[in-house]
Ligand binder design. Structure first.
Ligand SMILES: [Ca+2]
Ligand SMILES: [Ca+2]
Ligand SMILES: [Ca+2]
Ligand SMILES: [Ca+2]
Length: 327
C-alpha cells in the first residue's frame, strides 16, 4: 500500500467520522429543538384545557313505563274510566361531567304519541293522540348529590285522558304508542331514548243512579224517566241492560218486563226498544267515543206500568248497564 493510498484511506475515515459527527450534532440539535418546541407548545395547550373542559354528552341508562310510581313495568296501559290515568316514565341518566349538567328541568323533553300521528314527536298536543310532558310540573329529578356524582333518577308523571286512542284493537290496532325522551346537558350535548306501549280498549259507561217513577195508581203508566248515559271509555259503545229481578214492593211485586225502554222522548209504551228482563239484553244505542272537551252522551227513556192489583207501597229493583262493542 502506498502512502498516498493510506492518506486517502485516512481522509475517507476522517470524512466518515465527520459525517457521523455532524449527523449526531444535527440529530441532537433536532431533538433539542423538538423538545423546546414541545415545551413551548405545551403551556398554551394546558391553559386551553383548564378553560374549555371537554363535554361528555348525557346518557339515558334506562327508560321504564308504569301506571304506578316506581312500580312494576307495563307494556299495556289501561285507561282509567271517566278520568285521567297516569303514565309514569322513569329511569336513570348519567353525565360524566357530573349530574348537575342535566339537573335543569328545562333541558328535559318528553313526547308521547300514537305512532302514525302527523308530525311524530313534534305532533300537536291532543288528548287522543299526542302528549308533551311539562317538565316544570310533571318531572322530578332525584339522587344528584353534589361533586363527583354523575348519576341521577328521573320520573315523569303524565296524565292520559280516559278517551285516549286505543292501539290494541280497532281503528288504530296497527299503531302503538311511542315515548321519546331527550335530555340536553348545559353544553348542548344531548341523548334521546325511546320506549313503546299499547293503549288498551276501554268500554265503560256511567248512568245516573236513581230512577224515580213517582206515585202510580194501580194499572197506570208512569211518567217517562230520562236516563243520561255517558260513554266513559275510549271506544264507541252499545249497551247490555238487565234488571236484578222484579221490583219488590212492600206488598207484592212488579215484573221486570213492566219496565220498557225507548230511544225517543214520548215513545209508545206498547212499542219499546226492549222490555226489561233479568238476563242481559242488547240495546243498540251507539254512543260515540269522546273526542274533545264535550262528553259523549245519549238519553234513553224508561216507562213503568203498575199492575192492576196485588201491589202496594214502595217498590224497588236495580238495573245494570254494561258497555259493549258498538255494532
Ligand atoms: Ca355533559
Ligand atoms: Ca346520584
Ligand atoms: Ca297495536
Ligand atoms: Ca251500535
Amino acid at each position: 500500500m502506498s502512502d498516498k493510498t493510506n492518506n486517502d484511506k485516512l481522509q475517507k475515515e476522517h470524512l466518515y467520522y465527520s459525517i457521523i459527527l455532524s449527523i449526531l450534532v444535527v440529530l441532537s440539535f433536532g431533538i433539542f429543538v423538538d423538545t423546546y418546541a414541545q415545551d413551548v407548545g405545551r403551556r398554551p395547550s394546558s391553559l386551553e384545557k383548564s378553560v374549555e373542559v371537554l363535554n361528555s354528552p348525557p346518557f339515558i341508562e334506562s327508560i321504564s313505563l308504569s301506571n304506578h310510581e316506581q312500580s312494576y313495568e307495563i307494556r299495556n296501559f289501561i285507561p282509567t274510566e271517566n278520568m285521567n290515568g297516569f303514565l309514569y316514565v322513569y329511569g336513570t341518566a348519567d353525565d360524566a361531567n357530573g349530574c348537575q349538567d342535566i339537573l335543569n328541568k328545562s333541558n328535559w323533553n318528553l313526547a308521547i304519541y300514537r305512532s302514525s300521528v302527523e308530525g311524530g314527536d313534534a305532533c300537536n298536543s291532543n288528548p287522543l293522540s299526542c302528549y308533551h310532558g311539562i317538565a316544570e310540573s310533571q318531572l322530578t329529578l332525584n339522587n344528584c348529590d353534589g361533586n363527583g356524582d354523575t348519576h341521577l333518577n328521573y320520573q315523569w308523571r303524565i296524565p292520559l285522558a280516559h278517551y285516549i286512542d286505543a292501539t290494541d284493537t280497532g281503528k288504530f290496532a296497527n299503531d302503538d304508542w311511542k315515548v321519546e325522551m331527550k335530555v340536553v346537558d348545559d353544553a348542548s350535548g344531548s341523548y334521546t331514548s325511546h320506549s313503546y306501549f299499547e293503549v288498551a280498549t276501554l268500554r265503560a259507561v256511567s248512568v245516573v243512579d236513581d230512577i224515580e217513577y213517582g206515585s202510580l195508581g194501580a194499572g197506570s203508566e208512569s211518567i217517562e224517566k230520562k236516563l243520561l248515559i255517558t260513554n266513559t271509555g275510549n271506544d264507541p259503545i252499545d249497551l247490555n241492560v238487565r234488571a236484578d229481578g222484579p221490583m219488590i214492593c212492600e206488598k207484592g211485586e212488579i215484573p221486570a218486563e213492566n219496565i220498557h225502554v225507548g230511544f225517543v222522548e214520548g215513545f209508545d209504551y206498547g212499542k219499546p226498544e226492549i222490555a226489561m228482563k233479568k238476563e242481559d239484553q242488547y240495546l243498540n244505542v251507539s254512543i260515540p267515543k269522546r273526542i274533545g272537551n264535550e262528553v259523549s252522551q245519549k238519553t234513553i227513556y224508561l216507562k213503568l206500568l203498575a199492575p192492576v192489583n196485588g201491589v202496594h207501597g214502595r217498590c224497588m229493583n236495580s238495573i245494570t248497564f254494561t258497555a259493549v262493542q258498538d255494532k
